[in-house]
Ligand binder design. Structure first.
Ligand SMILES: [Zn+2]
Length: 97
């Protein structure tokens, strides 16, 4: 069993004509909103810039096969996985992006 609280990702706004969308990562304690935009990615997978609303953090994440996934956040650097990749992967898996 994971010690992590259950986490739900919800697509709030599909990417608009500028390619900018919003998703939320919801836990029992908090809801965090993220603005995201798909960016060119020449090295495999799909690239996204993710900006957490209310804070200055900007991350670039890459989603694809397990070897193609990467993110700039501390969670990924430490553990090789993070909520950004898990969240975007879930949306991609449901063909929402
Ligand atoms: Zn991340």
């Amino acid at each position: 069993m994971s010690a992590q609280p259950p986490r739900v990702i919800r697509l709030i706004q599909r990417p608009n004509s500028f390619g900018v969308g919003v998703f939320a990562i919801i836990t029992t304690k908090t809801t965090q909103y993220y603005v995201f935009k798909e960016i060119d990615c020449a090295i495999g997978g799909r690239g996204f810039a993710i900006h957490r609303l209310g804070l200055g953090d900007l991350y670039h994440a890459r989603i694809g096969s397990p070897m193609e996934c990467s993110c700039e956040c501390l969670g990924f650097l430490r553990h090789g996985k993070c909520k950004h990749i898990q969240g975007l992967s879930a949306l991609l898996g449901h063909s929402l992006l």
